[in-house]
Design a protein around this ligand. Sequence first.
Ligand code: GRF
Length: 207
Amino acid sequence: MNTAVMCTGSGTNLQALLDAEDGGTRGARIVLVISNRPKAFALERAKNSGREAIVHRMRDFKSEDEYADDLLSVLRDRGIELICLAGYLKRLPAKVVAEYRGRILNIHPGPLPRFGGQGMFGRHVHESVIASGVHESGPTVFFVDEEYDTGAIIAFAPVPVQADDTPDTLAHRVLAAEHLLYPRVVAAVANGQVRLQDGKCVGRLND
Ligand code: GRF
């Protein structure tokens, strides 16, 4: 599947997806990286591996509608079939979600739905997990819908929360698990092993 990865920041998950592809993961071929931040290091990573990298932001359009239409035409022009959000800190327009339903994935650095929702990103997630006293965290990959972090869950990778964890130490451990989980899920969706059906995730990942 022709795949676009959308990032706002450093793009370590993008790198994990690129590395998995170079290592022979079949199914998803990353042909485009989109960022809403011109200085995102993710754009450098994309260029370094010879992929098209573009900046696309709402502020460059007169209305949200124009922005959504342009994003859709960028995706259609490249024949994009699968979109992977990887640290993309902007909600996708409803039009894009509707056109790509079941073909947009996101990774969240904590258990969902408990530690998700608007404003729950990055450090906030890990602070909240530690404050709650739970002993387990870990990344969750899900199909994107119109809301924040509410789409059907595809996979969760448990990561222990240690008694002396700070948000930084926990973030580090969870991020390492993200880099293993996301390429597996992307491959499973691209190969049709896992799909969205009637709002639910069907199929399962290989062990
Ligand atoms: C990750 O923790 C991911 O779960 C979240 O944003 C972060 C992106 O990190 N959605 P990176 O840019 O891939 O390093």
